[in-house]
Every structure is written in C-alpha cells, then in structure tokens.
Write a protein that binds this ligand. Structure first.
Ligand code: F6P
Length: 339
C-alpha cells in the first residue's frame, strides 16, 4: 500500500503559481509503466489548471525543440501499453553544457515553466544540471527496469521485468527438466543484480549470480553437484548481465572448461517490453501525479520515489549514482531455498 505523507511538501516555499506550463519527457531505456506515468503527469497537470506539453524522444528531442501540446485524450488508452508513446533516447549532447543551453532555449521558446523527467539515474544527472545551470524546475520520476536508483525502493518497470523473467524461466524449466539440462538464464540490470535476485528467487533458480556478490566457477559447479546428489537432474542458474564473468556466454565457457555443459538463454530486451503489471501501473500513476503536485507546491528539483511504503522526495544532489546494493540476507535466503 502506497501512502503519501501529508508533510511531503511542507516547508516548500509556495512559488507554484508561477508554473503554468509543464512538459514531460521519457529518457534512457524504456520501461513498462512509462506510459502510465506520462498519462498521470498530463492529466494531473490539466486537472490543476495548467497546460501540458510532451517532448518527443527524450533529451535528444528537447534539443531539437520537439515539444507539443498534450490533452487529456492524447493519453487515453495507454495505461496498459508498454514502451513510451513519447519515445525515448540516450543523448550524448545533453551531457555537455552547450547541449543543455540549447535545451533551455527550446523550453523558453515554448514558454515551458517546468519539466518532469521519467527515467533513470543518468537522466536525473542531466535534469540536475539543467536546474542548476538554467534554473529550470525539474522533477524526476524513476522509470527503469533496473531498480538501481538511490533514494527510492521502487522504480517503474522493475515489477513487470521480473514477472516477464519469471514467466520465461517457468517455460525454460519445462525443457530443463524434460532433458535433464542445466540452463544459464541471463537477465538485464546493467550493474545491478536486483532483477537477477528477484527473478531467481521467484523462478526457484538453483543459483543466482549477481555483480554485487562475487562467486567462483567452483562454487557454481558445487551447487550443481549438490543438486545432483539431492536427486536433481536439471538446474537453472540466473546470471545478471553485469556480473563478474561478463554475462552468461562467458560463464558458459568457464563451466565448459570445468566439464559442465549448460545451455544459455539471454532474456535481454524481452524484459523491457510488454504490458505493465498492475503494480507498475499504480506506482507510475501515483509518482507521475505527485511529481506535478510537487512542482505546484514549490518544489524545484528532485526525484519523487518511494521509501518503505511512503512516497518521498529526494534532492538530485543525494542521487550519487552509487550502486544501491543487494541485501546480503536476501541472497543468503535465496541460497538456502535452492538446496
Ligand atoms: O537500464 C535499462 C537497461 O535495460 C539495462 O538493464 C541494460 O543494461 C541497458 O538498459 C541496455 O540498454 P540498450 O537497450 O540501450 O542497449
């Protein structure tokens, strides 16, 4: 259950009435639920008597002035759709001062007073710079399947990505047990093992290999042998793409050298697409709406996220890009359950 503390924007100077026109963009890798967040931003903006604008193709589109009006009906029938109707990009030019100046000019030309950025850590670094260099009020909404942003326990898209991973592991498990095979299933997550941990636990994986906790090929092989001694004829090893071995392909070679045959499946971008779960839709709807409320309450920068079950606000300054980390106690539970 998500709650919004009454004190969330207490203490903010009420400068919100200067904001009349709010633009929204999606940035970085797409994540299921981004459309629900866009819908929430647009509809809350209009509900508060302001004008809503949409920026196409993230920061890249912003630099090119691809900003257009959004109406309540322009976001109809998208809450259930994966991807992002605004499209997204990773923009090198925006990482430089000159690029951000261009973006600022584009916002000024369209009389945009404030921006909501739906994206990940990298996108928020750009958002912070835009605020600090040009005074543009910017609120971030965490949208990434990786769940790797400090300051929030939840990111839009993570739940869907995990559910997709689990569904696919269930299918792979059928073949693994029918053929007595070991499968290496590589999941996304960049430098984070969050997707791997959750997918592995929920898919009943025999081993989970994450970047945050080092292991050895020997330990992985011992895990397979332990299963065999217990009567298992198949194993599923979930491998985070950012792990020490550099993904499932490299680990497969290592296992082969050690005399263990394994099939490999890379889930890759299948985890980024598809219909968002109810949980992601709810999260996106709440955070998108609160982002607009934050701007209108006088907040000028920061990310709207979740800590525990409460919606929270974290200044961009506190998002240091450091890995969020995997709770070791959860990894230890995962190991014990996978005997
Ligand atoms: O950040 C989301 C993510 O899907 C990561 O898990 C992955 O490493 C990366 O993006 C892939 O990015 P791209 O689709 O641009 O190759």
């Amino acid at each position: 259950m998500l709650t919004i503390p009454k004190t969330l924007f207490k203490g903010e100077k009420k400068k919100g009435d200067q904001i009349k026109r709010i633009a929204v963009l999606t940035s970085g890798g797409d994540a299921p639920g981004m459309n629900a967040a866009i819908r929430a931003v647009v509809r809350m903006t209009i509900a508060q008597g302001c004008e809503s604008m949409g920026v196409q193709r993230g920061y890249a589109g912003l630099l090119d002035g691809m900003i257009h009006p959004m109406s309540a009906s322009s976001v109809a029938n998208i809450i259930q759709r994966g991807g992002t109707i605004l499209k997204t990009s990773r923009c090198e030019e925006f990482m430089h001062k000159a690029g951000r100046k261009k973006a600022y000019e584009a916002l000024r030309i369209q009389s945009v007073d404030a921006l909501v950025v739906i994206g990940g850590d990298g996108s928020f670094r750009g958002a912070r710079a835009l605020y600090e260099e040009h005074g543009v009020p910017v609120i971030g909404v965490p949208g990434t399947i990786d769940r790797d942003i400090a300051g929030t326990d939840a990111t839009i898209g993570f739940d869907t990505a995990v559910n997709t991973g689990v569904e696919l592991i269930d299918k792979i498990r059928d073949t693994a047990s029918s053929h007595d095979r070991t499968f290496l299933v590589e999941v996304m997550g960049r430098h984070s093992g969050m997707i791997a941990l959750h997918t592995g636990v929920c898919g009943g994986a025999e081993s989970i290999v994450v970047p945050e906790i080092k292991t050895t090929v020997k330990a992985i092989c011992e895990g397979i042998d332990r299963g065999v001694r217990r009567g298992k004829t198949s194993s599923i090893i979930v491998v985070a793409e950012g792990c020490q071995f550099g993904g499932a392909a490299a680990l497969e070679k290592e296992l082969k050298k050690a005399g263990y045959a394994a099939k490999m499946v890379i889930l890759g971008h299948t985890q980024r697409g598809g219909t968002p779960t109810a949980s992601d839709r709810f999260l996106a709807s709440t955070l998108g709406a609160v982002a607009v409320e934050a701007l209108l309450s006088g907040v000028r920068e920061g990310m709207i996220g979740v800590k525990g079950s409460e919606v929270n606000l974290t200044s961009f300054k506190k998002l240091n890009g450091k890995p969020v980390g995997i709770p070791p106690e959860l990894m230890s539970i995962a190991k014990k359950l996978a005997v």
